[in-house]
Design a protein. Sequence first.
Length: 244
Amino acid sequence: MSEQPNPIDNARDTDEPLPPQREPVFNLPAIVVTVIGACVAIHLVRVYLLSLDQDLWLLVRAAFIPIRYSGQFDIDIYAFTTPLTYAFLHGGFAHLIINMVWLAAFGSPLANRLGVLRFCLFFAATTLAAVALHYVLHPLDQAPLVGASGAISGMMGAAARFSFQIDRSHGKPAFAGAPLPIRDVFRSRATVTFLAVWMVVNLVTGLVGLAPGDNSQIAWEAHIGGFLAGFLGIRFFDRRPKYA
């Protein structure tokens, strides 16, 4: 049986540069798959298995409701857990799908860079920052806040500190190198354009909703809180640089 020569082995023998390796279409880190799986599973259970009363029971105990902290209600264990658990609930399939697509896009390179523990801490910190700004601006709001958008906005903020640099042509990971100084971020036309578009989209969806006729409200303030936490705080979660 004849064998075809391996171009990689030939390159090693002749000291020629290796041909660029193609990345698989789906290459999500396990922690990102886990978060996506949890969000999807919870939403499917809510839609197909829980009754309306059971779903309301879950929302009261897992969604973030600002008025809970007004002093009019007893502080229970859920007052301490909902600032995190709200991120795993979603308002509908459109909300869920959009968030999971963005989570895969921005969470994957960040998880590869930070590692599982640091990524989880980053996710938690940006989730809390998002809900904190929302609470400061709407302390007596009775509407439950749900969705991972705050944490995902934090991932976008972190991506901006790398000027969205993704170069896999020579085996380099996404977001390679140290986070850029803030002044250098705003010197990048592509990054400034993205930030401007992102801000406009957040304001429009906050006023109009995900789609015309959709009565659900988008908590754009929470998005900004998460984004600022990721943009300003990525260095606290980043790995220490290695020097040759």
